[in-house]
Structures are given as C-alpha cells and as structure tokens.
Design a protein around this ligand. Structure first.
Ligand code: DQA
Length: 151
C-alpha cells in the first residue's frame, strides 16, 4: 500500500496581476518573479514538513472558490496576497469568514505608504495578521507565522 502523506497543508493564494511580477512596476514590486517567490515558499515549507498548494488568479470568484474548497480538504491555513482585491472584495472577506481557517495577509509593498485607496484592507480584519512592505520576505515571514500557528 502506498505510504499516506500526513503532512499538514497550507494554501498559498496570489491575487490579480501577481503573475506579472518581475515585469510590472518594478520600482514598486521589484524584479523577482512569482515563480521565484513560489520556489522559496516551497523550500521553507519543505524544511518544516508542510505541503503547499499554490494558486494564482486574476478572477475574484475563482479566488472565492479556492477558499471554499480549502475548507473541504487537508488544508490547515491560508497565506494570501489578495493584491487589488484587498481593497475592494467583500466576497473574498466573506469567504475567509465562512471557512474559519487561519489566514495571513501579505503584501510586497507597504500599502500604508502608497495611495490612500490602498490604506484600507477588507481582508485584514478577518485575518490573523498582516505583513506588508518587505518584498518577497513578506511572503516568507507570513508563511513562518502561519506554520507556527498551525503546528
Ligand atoms: C499588493 C498591493 C496592492 O495594493 C496592489 O493592488 C497589488 C499588490 C502588494 O503585494 O504590494 O497588486 O498586494
């Protein structure tokens, strides 16, 4: 019989336009690609015996579907950069509230140093915490915090 993998699993969700990292607004988001960030997240997770499922979507409803699906599987927490939907999406906020999995919000840029419309996050009040402004390290710090919370 194949050996059962009993590792806990975390869902990493990247919101709209994050597939363009490395090409888009390099002065704000840096030169790093999403693939490189994902590779670093996978390494950190592996070292902690955690499995990762990583998804990116430009579509709000698809992100809602990923969140709902997470509650039906082995997933124990969500690391999310909701990107522009941070500031607008009642639907993503409600999905997080509905499934009650610990969620950590991350941003590459410091959203509080930027335009005023970015200062409000609809996701932060339903998250365990928010890490913003450390580039790719926001993701790595967020994943560390989430792993600590669920293990
Ligand atoms: C972002 C900040 C958002 O305001 C913006 O819409 C993004 C990326 C960040 O990671 O800094 O797309 O979430």
């Amino acid at each position: 019989m194949p050996k059962k993998n009993k590792h806990k699993k975390i869902l990493v969700l990247h919101g709209p336009n994050l597939n363009m990292l490395g090409k888009r607004e390099k002065n704000v988001y840096g030169k790093i690609s999403l693939e490189k960030i994902n590779a670093e997240l996978k390494k950190l997770a592996k070292d902690s015996n955690i499995d990762l499922e990583i998804k990116q979507s430009n579509i709000e409803g698809e992100i809602v579907n990923f969140i709902q699906k997470a509650s039906r599987g082995r997933i124990k927490g969500i690391l999310i950069n909701p990107a522009a939907y941070t500031h607008t999406s009642v639907a993503i906020r409600d999905a997080i509230l509905a499934i009650k999995l610990p969620t950590v919000e991350v941003h590459l840029s410091n959203i509080y140093q930027r335009e005023e419309f970015r200062h409000k996050s609809l996701i932060a009040p339903v998250s365990m915490g928010q890490i913003t402004g450390f580039g790719k390290d926001s993701y790595l710090l967020g994943l560390q915090a989430l792993i600590k919370a669920i293990t």
